[in-house]
Design a protein around this ligand. Structure first.
Ligand SMILES: Nc1ncnc2c1ncn2[C@@H]1O[C@H](COP(=O)(O)OP(=O)(O)OP(=O)(O)O)[C@@H](O)[C@H]1O
Length: 292
């Protein structure tokens, strides 16, 4: 369980667990003659780890890019549900009014401000900055900039900085990166860098965390560690996670639900058990790996 009393909720979604958080509907994305996503629809439930799998070129990264505003699909919608209150909100989430936001019509910074955080397939950190500085930068979306007090390092700006720092320290604790907090990211082992990237996304206090192959390039031990941290983020912090992953054993172990893409189309969507026995999935992707 939680190793210390955390003061700041890392999950900013107030949608009750079990309800729909994200409704992906009929997304079609084309690049010239290539259809990267073909009428893709599925739902992500609040409180789930939701995996998206599929062979190389199936459209997984394109899908995440549509959800984070980097690609604009020609058709379809991705409706994020939010409840009033946010990360520090009071009162019953059930009683709070629901608002919907179509992510595919929004700019990346607006999507980030709603709490949709993502990590990338290739590490996108500032290598010469320390772990702590990289994590503090992850807070920028939540910071209220006020130029004058910030320059004077005075009053509200100072209090705000201290609060941000407290939250960042809690993320450091959750991901167990205390020992390297003052180390430049570029000097860290690959597994640690990926963990810092996860930490930076968490510092946004996400409503939805999008992870693009968080275990790519890791050895078995690093993968096991990362799987454990993703589960902690999910179980201890209550954050809904949508992840792309190639390692089927990991996906089956940590996911509540799995959506399978093949040539841009959704060919299966269900629990890990349902998906792993689906004939189209076995044919398209999993093959002997799962039938063995
Ligand atoms: N910016 C782009 N311009 C042109 N084609 C693209 C672009 N991004 C993706 N594609 C194409 O869209 C298809 C889906 O690519 P995508 O990277 O989403 O697949 P993926 O499932 O994430 O693959 P991988 O597992 O190899 O990362 C591929 O045919 C790819 O070449």
């Amino acid at each position: 369980m939680i190793s210390r009393a955390y003061q700041h909720p890392l999950n900013s979604s107030r949608v009750p667990p079990g309800e729909t958080l994200l409704d992906v509907s009929g997304i079609t994305l084309r690049f010239g003659g290539i259809t990267a996503l073909d009428d893709v629809s599925f739902r992500v439930t609040q409180g789930h780890v939701h995996a998206v799998i599929g062979p190389n070129g199936a459209g997984k990264s394109s899908l995440l890019n549509c959800l984070s505003g980097l690609y604009r699909p020609q058709q379809g919608s991705a409706t994020l549900h939010t409840r009033a209150g946010g990360a520090e909100g009071n009162g019953s989430p059930e009683a709070a009014p629901t608002t919907t936001h179509d992510l595919v019509r929004m700019k990346p910074h607006r999507i980030a401000a709603l709490g949709v955080a993502r990590s990338f397939q290739n590490i996108e950190l500032f290598r010469h900055l320390t772990v702590l500085d990289n994590l503090m930068l992850g807070r920028h979306v939540r910071m209220r900039h006020r130029l004058l007090p910030s320059l004077a390092w005075y009053g509200p700006a100072r209090r705000q900085e201290i609060e941000h720092r407290e939250l960042v320290e809690e993320v450091i604790d959750l991901l167990q990166i205390q020992a390297v907090r003052h180390t430049p990211v570029g000097a860290l082992a690959y597994g640690y860098q990926k963990r810092v990237e996860l930490g930076r996304a968490l510092c946004l206090q996400p409503a939805l965390l999008l992870l693009d192959e968080p275990m790519a390039g890791m050895n078995a031990e690093e993968k096991e560690d990362m799987a454990r941290y993703i589960l902690d983020v999910h179980e201890l912090a209550g954050v809904t996670v949508m992840l792309i992953e190639h390692d089927m054993n990991v996906v089956m172990d940590i996911s509540n639900r799995v959506s399978v893409l093949d040539f841009g189309a959704l060919i299966a969507d269900g629990t890990p058990a349902e998906v792993s026995s689906h004939p189209d999935v076995i044919k398209a992707y999993l093959g002997e790996e799962l039938s063995a």
